[in-house]
Ligand binder design. Structure first.
Ligand code: C2O
Ligand code: CU
Length: 468
């Protein structure tokens, strides 16, 4: 029924579609987990570190023995990890050596509008632009990726994504695992042609081809840091894993079969650790978890599985406990102060409906019945005001709001369990209402909110708002 009708009935609404690889796929856990290189600043002055990121075409080995053409920051996939400090300005000069215009966005960044990567603020081929991130925000696991209007899905799929870690003194004072035992894990799915080329539905190709995938594109190979079902050798000690779901449309339900202690989310540390058996992560969401491998013997292996996936897509990676190691780390019972935003002080309540519907004579994804229009402001929140936003869905949509983190008040009328936490992406499941409370601070100007299923986003499920 994909793309068949313009109605927003659940039954007829397109779902994500799996693209099947023709390439020979490796056995799971045969490839070691790579760690993306850490970006080196080109220079640093008083309060600013300057980086350069060159977007260029490259060929990398993703599947053993095959060359995969990518578009990558620094020609790598994922791009280099940027290690930044709260309150210290990070300036990134984006140099576009691709043959097409691009936009850079720091996902989760508290960023002034001129550097936030508004989807029409294009960097032309051959041009460059400096993005300045003041990072007046708490320590958190962020990520950066392309944000070009209508083309984010294919750009990210071809490689334009990387991790961005913000640290601060509060977090460093905690005894959480650090150094080599603080590991970024950028998870995404891809599919490959027989020669190793990435598959993606043709844009503007045969009519109907892209529409068939308007529900979202799922790959059949699960990559972690760009490697298929990799293995990480670990000591029998605690590890902090910074999980980021960088997939276009795939939702993961991660589990090891043992306890995982979640210490952070999109917007940094939780108030207190939470022990979970499974962890759901929609596109765009992050989670910081501590896994204590001292619960296992040297020689044991622990799979990180995806309970939401079938067959090979039910596997993600494996940890091989290969050595004893002294471990002074701990997960303290209190991590941080998370001040609740009080919804009774909200000045405005706004509604945002995420549905499919007809647009420009075809079918697309809409917010409040309208496709994205960069000139049209869907809302004008006032700087500093608390607001309640009521988000509703037809089918599942991971909703992301730029500029500031928010707190979830209710899901279908029920309070979420546990104390509030800061998020920037929240998954609406089929036919849900999620209320969030938010407050935009420091910067006036134009931003966007959108669905982080990247095919939905590209098919117009985005709206602009202006902080006034
Ligand atoms: Cu991760 Cu507006 O994007
Ligand atoms: Cu969506």
């Amino acid at each position: 029924t994909a793309g068949a009708s313009g109605c927003s009935l659940l039954a007829g609404t397109p779902q994500p579609q799996l693209l099947t690889s023709a390439a020979p796929l490796p056995r799971p856990y045969a490839v070691p987990l790579p760690l993306p290189e850490v970006a080196e600043p080109v220079r640093g002055t008083g309060g600013t570190d300057f980086y350069e990121l060159t977007e260029r075409a490259a060929e990398v080995e993703v599947l053993p023995g095959l060359r995969t053409p990518i578009q990558g920051y620094g020609g790598t996939f994922p791009g280099p990890t940027i290690q930044a400090r709260s309150g210290r300005r990070t300036a990134v000069k984006l140099i576009n050596q691709l043959g097409e215009p691009t936009v850079l966005h720091l996902h989760g960044g508290h960023t002034p509008p001129e550097s936030d990567g508004f989807p029409t603020d294009l960097v032309a081929p051959g041009a460059s632009r400096e993005y300045v991130f003041p990072l007046e925000q708490r320590a958190a696991t962020l990520w950066y990726h392309d944000h070009t209007m209508d083309y984010t899905g294919p750009r990210v799929w071809r490689g334009l994504a990387g991790m961005f870690v913000v640290r601060d003194a509060e977090e460093e004072a905690l005894p959480l695992p650090s150094g080599e035992r603080d590991v970024p894990l950028l998870i995404c799915d891809r599919s490959f042609a027989a020669d190793g080329t990435l598959l993606y539905p043709a844009l503007g190709g045969r009519p109907g081809v892209r529409e068939a995938y308007m529900g979202g594109v799922l790959g059949d190979v699960i990559l972690v840091n760009g490697a298929p079902w990799p293995e990480l050798r670990v000591a029998n000690a605690r590890y902090r894993l910074r999980l980021c779901n960088a997939s276009n449309a795939r939702v993961y339900e991660l589990a090891t079969g043992g306890p995982m202690v979640r210490v952070g989310g999109d917007g940094g540390l939780l108030a207190a650790p939470r022990t979970v058996e499974r962890l759901r992560l929609a596109p765009g969401e992050r989670a910081d978890v501590v896994i204590d491998f001292s619960a296992y013997r040297v020689g044991q292996r622990v799979e990180l599985r995806n309970l939401a996936g079938e067959g090979a897509q039910g596997r993600v990676m494996r940890f091989a406990i290969d050595r004893p190691e002294r471990d002074d780390s701990a997960v303290p019972p209190r991590l941080s102060a998370v001040e609740p935003l009080d919804p009774s002080r909200a000045k405005v309540t706004r509604d945002f409906a995420f549905t499919s519907g007809s647009m420009h004579g075809g079918v697309g994804w809409l917010i409040n019945g309208r496709p994205f229009d960069s000139e049209r402001m869907e809302a004008r929140p006032r700087l500093g005001d608390i607001e309640v936003w009521r988000l509703t869905s037809d089918v599942a949509h991971p909703v992301h709001v730029h500029l500031d983190h928010f707190q979830v008040l209710s899901v279908n009328g029920e309070r979420p369990s546990g104390p509030p936490e800061w998020k920037d992406t929240v998954e609406l499941r089929d036919a849900q209402t999620v209320e969030i409370v938010t407050r935009f601070t420091d910067y006036r100007g134009r931003y966007v909110l959108h669905c982080h299923n990247l095919e939905h986003e590209d098919m117009a499920m985005m709206a602009a708002f202006e902080v006034v």
